[in-house]
Design a protein around this ligand. Structure first.
Ligand code: F6P
Length: 423
């Protein structure tokens, strides 16, 4: 964690990166409102770091105060996001030189990068640029990811809302299947996000407690998928309860380490695009057990569901944005505002600065103590951790048309000063 000495005047650049969430714009609101309060102008890069490379910058001072406030309840990424990996300085010096050129041309002295672990890596690389290239830039990583897999922070903004959506939807769909089971559907399977870590799947466990309450099985990426044990538990549940709800993480793998469902495409980080484990499991249930099933893949529905957001999550998302500005203006560099929990019940949390070095490129998986012995459920310790994160409803204004009043920003581009750059 470096603290640079001088306190330059200049502009602050904010960008959103990676998969967006229901509350990432609340973080943007926290950033912009905090900076405005200190008299600092905020630019936003369109589509994350790509906007910085392409000199595609948005002047947020053109947005009204009401529009920025409305970001607090608008899902998606208001400035556009990206999946783009910066290579190392040695491997692609041209990109870093370009970033410095853009920062210099627009007097950008602070860069706030709002994303997950890959984005923390980008933030860390940029935080090291100042020394390497003789330009005084401070970089703060701002946490966000529905996957909840960032190291150090107790939880990640975006997770509490997807957790609430998943727990509530699991409960609601289970009431449905319970009604139909006698003469129709016996098994309902829902697939949730979480590539390598089962936090979202675990949150479904909040829908009910006890052996007969849904979800009856949760499949975690932390555990190897055991087909025989899975089928035996589904069968036993249907015979005992009359029906069965299964929640599966998109990232579950077989004993050979292969994802059960891989779409075959990869993103810029080399991650496989996942999606489709639910129909694979459903086919198995039908073929081996003969039960009628339904399956669901909420996909983007789960991470954009602002109508079911957690107030705790929305508050934390805003708070990390505000703290990031405070850290940047205080001269800090290479840090991330993280959430520190001091108590489960009553739930108490605060924000602290943590070094990006301890966060970038690491993944926090579910601890073994959060999984039941058979690997199909969550423990009391997991419930204690998860329960506060879905607390509270984050108010959403609705219009006469019955739809939420979401904001679309003007996103007015700053005039370009440099030649174009291909990124
Ligand atoms: O950012 C996390 C995440 O939501 C994962 O859970 C999911 O696997 C992935 O993003 C999907 O990414 P994309 O929207 O780029 O396909």
């Amino acid at each position: 964690m470096t603290k640079l000495t001088s306190q330059p005047s200049g502009r602050l650049l904010y960008a959103q990166s990676g998969g967006v969430t229901a509350v990432i714009n609340a973080t943007a609101a926290g950033v912009i409102e905090a900076a405005r309060a200190k008299g600092v102008k905020v630019y936003a890069a369109r589509n994350g770091i790509l906007g910085a490379l392409r000199e595609d910058l948005i002047d947020t001072s053109k947005e009204s105060r009401a529009a920025i406030t409305a970001l607090r309840h608008t899902p998606g990424g208001a400035f556009g996001s990206c999946r783009y990996k910066l290579k190392s300085l040695d491997a692609n010096r041209a990109e870093y030189e370009r970033l410095i050129d853009v920062f210099r041309a627009h007097d950008i002295r602070w860069f706030l990068y709002n994303g997950g672990n890959d984005s923390a890596d980008t933030a860390l690389k940029i935080s090291q640029l100042g020394k390497a290239m003789g330009y005084d830039i401070r970089c703060i990583g701002v946490p966000k990811t529905v996957d909840n897999d960032l190291a150090v922070t107790d939880c990640c903004p975006g997770f509490g809302s997807v957790a609430k959506y998943t727990a509530v939807s699991t409960l609601e769909a289970s009431l449905d299947v319970a009604s139909m089971a006698d003469t129709s559907t016996k098994v309902f399977i829902v697939e949730v996000m979480g590539r390598h870590a089962g936090w979202i799947a675990a949150a479904a466990g909040l829908a009910g407690e006890g052996a007969d309450a849904p979800p009856h099985l949760i499949l975690f990426p932390e555990r190897v998928f055991d087909e025989a044990a899975f089928l035996a538990k589904v069968k036993a549940t249907v015979e005992r309860v009359g029906w069965c709800t299964v929640v599966a993480s998109e990232g579950i793998r077989n004993a050979q380490g292969q994802f059960l469902a891989e779409a075959g495409t990869r993103d810029a980080f080399g991650h496989s695009q996942l999606g489709g484990v639910a129909p694979v499991l459903a086919a198995l249930v039908k073929e081996k057990l003969g039960y009628k099933y339904h399956w669901a893949l909420p996909d983007y529905l789960q991470r954009s569901a602002r109508h079911l957001a957690s107030k705790t999550d929305a508050d934390q998302a805003y708070a990390v944005g505000k703290a990031a500005v405070d850290y940047a203006l205080a001269g800090m560099n290479a840090v991330m505002p993280v959430i520190v929990r001091s108590s489960d019940a009553p739930y108490r949390w605060k924000i602290e600065a943590a070094p990006l070095l301890k966060i970038a490129n690491r993944e926090k998986k579910m601890p073994a103590s959060f999984l039941t012995r058979d690997g199909f459920g969550i423990t009391a310790a997991a419930r204690r951790y998860l329960a506060p994160l879905i607390q509270g409803e984050a108010a959403l204004p609705y219009g006469k048309d019955g739809l939420p009043k979401y904001v679309t920003l003007r996103n007015e581009a700053l005039p370009r000063k440099l030649p174009s750059f291909k990124a």
